[in-house]
Write a protein that binds this ligand. Structure first.
Ligand SMILES: Nc1ncnc2c1ncn2[C@@H]1O[C@H](COP(=O)(O)OP(=O)(O)OP(=O)(O)O)[C@@H](O)[C@H]1O
Length: 140
């Protein structure tokens, strides 16, 4: 994926609460362009693959169950400095630690159900974007 792109997904808590539109509005108002987006639902096995890097962590099983508990909205975004700027926009993993005005501060309910994902590097953005959109060569 181009270096000016990043990958996000709106997680089941935010999708289920009907907050997808408000979150996408914040993302666009922060200067990101939506390149690709689809609603889908992960099986526990697919959630396990997506979060494989965390397979040794104590929260892994709960995370996979949660991430497969309802629909999600994977999205590819474009902006200069996309990965870093998007991590700033979403805030800390735990909403209790997230800065005021960040997406997680506003919409997350817990450290697990934290509303959105944001890739942490260009390399992972490419891997994660490819996980959901491999059929669309032009967005990757
Ligand atoms: N201590 C924890 N307890 C429960 N769930 C957790 C915990 N730490 C992280 N998670 C869940 O695992 C996800 C991945 O953890 P990671 O440390 O990569 O956080 P992150 O990089 O802020 O989040 P993401 O990768 O989703 O953008 C978190 O977004 C959260 O949903």
């Amino acid at each position: 994926m181009a270096n000016n792109r990043t990958f996000t997904m709106i997680k089941p808590d935010a999708f289920g609460a009907g907050n997808s539109g408000a979150i996408l509005k914040m993302i666009e108002e922060a200067g990101f362009k939506i390149v690709a987006m689809k609603a889908t639902k992960l099986s526990p096995e697919m959630a396990g693959k997506f979060y494989e890097v965390h397979s040794e962590r104590p929260f892994y099983a709960a995370l996979c169950a949660y991430m497969s508990s309802g629909p999600i909205l994977p999205v590819i975004l474009e902006k200069d400095n996309a990965v870093e700027d998007f991590r700033k926009l979403i805030g800390a993993t735990n909403p209790a630690d997230a800065a005021e005005g960040t997406i997680r501060k506003i919409f997350a309910t817990s450290i697990e159900a934290n509303a959105v994902h944001g890739s942490d590097s260009d390399e992972n953005a490419a891997i994660e974007g490819n996980f959901f959109f491999s059929q669309f060569e032009r967005v990757l």
